[in-house]
Design a protein around this ligand. Sequence first.
Ligand code: SAH
Length: 224
Amino acid sequence: EQMKAKLEGGRFRMINQTLYTSQGRDAFSLFQKEPVLFDVYHQGYRNQVEKWPENPLDIIINWIKKQPSSAIVADFGCGEARLADEVSAHRCAGFKHKRGPNGALNVYSFDLVARNRYITASDIAHVPLKNETVDIAVFCLSLMGTNVADFLKEAYRVLRPGGILKIAEVKSRFEKIATFVDDLKTAGFDVQGKDETNKMFVLFDCVKSERKPAKNTITLKPCI
Ligand code: SAH
């Protein structure tokens, strides 16, 4: 059992490194060819996050639960889609609303593999949503590829003007947090709040501005 756990830990680290050092589209073809990578990755991911004093996903879920149930949410790099599950359950409690055909209520979830009914398989640089149709876009520890700029460009495209962007990222990924805030500005987002109180991650609250995004070259350090 110990040996097995060690091997699985090793596989997790290898997949993790691949995700942080490749372009989104390459990660997408790799995972589509070998969907089991998703399961191995998430087994390891769960083990890791369990050790954290707080999971940023819970903070984001709790905030979304307080928003109107009509708010359209897009979860970029949703993992196992716990956000869609919990937010939809909350929105449907008391049977006031009905879930959509995939079980969600106004929540779209994207990841490399459609592991459950909530998830649409896609590279988060290109999601199947129309322009300016989303109220809340979420990247919870999912700005993993080398083309972070493309992911943010896609969020800008699908968000309506004034729409909200929530980002949680591991602290060690930032050279300087202020630089990332400037980069977000270039990408067309105004940072209205940031929370650095957690030991492991930083949370950013951003709003889609009226500005057209300029070409940006946002990069974050891989978390290996
Ligand atoms: N947001 C979830 C999962 C975080 S793990 C949570 O907080 O629990 C990061 C996720 O991002 C992984 O599931 C990984 O598959 C996904 N991801 C990374 N790059 C991606 C890409 N280019 N397209 C879609 N999903 C991606």
